[in-house]
Design a protein around this ligand. Structure first.
Ligand code: UT7
Length: 345
C-alpha cells in the first residue's frame, strides 16, 4: 500500500483588502476595529470582485501547488472541492475547476472524477481524508484537494448581520495528495459529526421545509419576496464557540492517543481559523506553545474550507513548514462537523 503525502500546496487571495474600519465606512456597519479584533483577532479580510466564483480563486492556487509538486494539471487523477459558497447550487465547483484548469483541452482530455464536499469549516479535512484513502488504496496517484470560498457574495453587510459578516473573507487554498513509497505522509485522520446542532450554524437558502422559496403574489406582476434570513448565514455564536473548543481538544487528544505520540512530538499545528480566541483557548488548555501555531485569521478572516490549506501554503512559502515535520490539522464547524489529521511532512 503506498503512502499518501502532500506533494504541493498553493493559495490565492483576491486583491481587495477590507479592514474593520472599511466595514464601518464603506458598508455603514455599526462596528469598531476594537470590537472585531478583541473578540476574533481579525484585522482585515479579502473580498473578491463581483462575478468571481470559488473555482476562479482555485485556479491560481492549484497552479502554484502543481508547480511546487513538479506536476502538470494533466497528472491529476481526481478533484475534491470543499466549499460552502459554490459557483452555483449545482453542479459542484469541481467540474468548473476541471474545465478552467484546461484538463478537457487538447487531444487527450482528462475526464477525471470531480467531487464537491459540503462540510464547511472541516471540508478540507474531510477532503484530505478522502484523498489519502483514494491514494492509499491505489485508486489514484495524485488527488487535488481544494478549499475555496467567496463568502463576500452572500454576507449581510449591514448592522443587522454584523456578528457574522465581520468574520468571513474570500480565499482559496489547495493541497495535492500524492502516492509515495517513502515513509512519510498522512498518518491518520479522525472525523466526526453531530447533527443535533445542524441549525446552530447554517444558511437556509434552498431549505426544503420553506417551500415555496419565492412566494409569488399570484395574479399580480412581480417576482415575489424572499425573507432575508434565508439568504444569509445564521450562527449561534456562543454555542459554536463552546462546542468548537471541546471538539478540537478532544480531536487532538484522540489523534495523540491513537498514534501513541505526545503533544510535544508535534512540530506545527494548523487549526481552522474561525476565531483567534477559540484557537488560543484550545492551545492554552492543551499546553501548546504559541510558536507552534500557524495563523492567518488576522489578515484573511475566517475563510472556512480554505483556512487550513492557506496556512500550509503560507508556511511552505516562508520555510516554517519543512520536510520531516510532524503537522497536526484540526477543524470544527457547521453541522457540527469536525476533524483532525496527522501528517509527517
Ligand atoms: O467557522 C465557523 C465557526 N464559527 C465560529 O467558530 C464562531 C464562534 N463564535 C464566535 O466567535 C463569537 O460568538 C463571535 C465573535 C461571533 C461573537 O462574539 P460574542 O461574544 O458571542 O458576541 P455576541 O454575539 O453575544 O454579541 C455581543 C454584543 C451584541 O450586542 P448587545 O446585544 O450585547 O448590545 C452584538 O450585537 O456585541 C454586538 N456585536 C457587535 N458589535 C460591534 C456583534 N457583532 C458586532 C460587531 N461590532 N461586528
Amino acid at each position: 500500500m503506498p503512502n499518501a503525502y502532500i506533494s504541493g500546496t498553493g493559495m490565492y487571495v483576491p486583491d481587495e483588502v477590507v479592514t474593520n474600519d472599511d466595514l464601518r465606512t464603506k458598508y455603514g456597519i455599526d462596528t469598531t476595529h476594537e470590537w472585531v479584533v478583541q473578540r476574533t483577532g481579525i484585522a482585515e479580510r479579502r473580498f473578491a470582485p463581483d462575478g468571481t466564483a470559488p473555482s476562479d480563486l482555485a485556479v491560481p492556487a492549484t497552479k502554484q501547488a502543481l508547480e511546487r509538486a513538479g506536476l502538470k494539471a494533466h497528472d491529476l487523477d481526481m478533484i475534491l472541492f470543499a466549499t460552502l459558497s459554490p459557483d452555483m447550487h449545482f453542479p459542484g465547483s469541481g467540474v468548473f475547476l476541471q474545465r478552467k484548469l484546461g484538463l478537457l483541452d487538447g487531444d487527450s482530455p482528462r475526464f477525471v472524477p470531480a467531487m464537491d464536499i459540503r462540510n464547511q469549516c472541516s471540508g478540507f479535512l474531510y477532503g484530505l481524508a478522502t484523498a489519502a484513502s483514494m491514494v492509499q488504496s491505489g485508486g489514484c496517484k495524485h488527488v487535488l484537494v481544494v478549499g475555496a470560498e467567496c463568502h463576500s457574495a452572500a454576507l449581510d453587510l449591514t448592522t443587522r448581520g454584523r456578528t457574522v459578516s465581520s468574520l468571513f473573507g474570500d480565499a482559496a487554498g489547495v493541497a495535492i495528495v500524492s502516492a509515495t513509497d517513502e515513509d512519510r505522509g498522512v498518518r491518520g485522520w479522525w472525523l466526526g459529526a453531530d447533527g443535533r446542532h445542524a441549525e446552530a450554524l447554517c444558511m437556509r437558502i434552498w431549505d426544503m421545509s420553506k417551500r415555496p422559496f419565492v412566494p409569488l403574489d399570484h395574479g399580480k406582476e412581480g417576482p415575489g419576496t424572499i425573507q432575508p434570513e434565508i439568504l444569509w448565514p445564521y450562527m449561534e455564536g456562543k454555542v459554536v464557540f463552546k462546542n468548537a473548543v471541546e471538539r478540537m481538544c478532544q480531536s487532538i487528544m484522540q489523534a495523540c492517543w491513537e498514534k501513541g505520540i505526545e503533544l510535544g512530538d508535534v512540530d506545527l499545528f494548523a487549526f481552522h481559523q474561525a476565531n483567534m480566541r477559540i484557537n488560543q483557548y484550545v492551545a492554552n488548555t492543551m499546553g501548546i506553545p504559541e510558536s507552534k501555531l500557524l495563523h492567518n485569521i488576522e489578515r484573511l478572516g475566517n475563510t472556512t474550507a480554505a483556512t487550513i490549506p492557506t496556512l500550509l501554503a503560507e508556511a511552505e512559502e516562508t520555510g516554517k513548514l519543512k520536510r520531516g515535520m510532524k503537522v497536526m490539522m484540526v477543524a470544527f464547524g457547521a453541522g457540527f462537523t469536525w476533524g483532525a489529521a496527522l501528517v509527517d511532512w
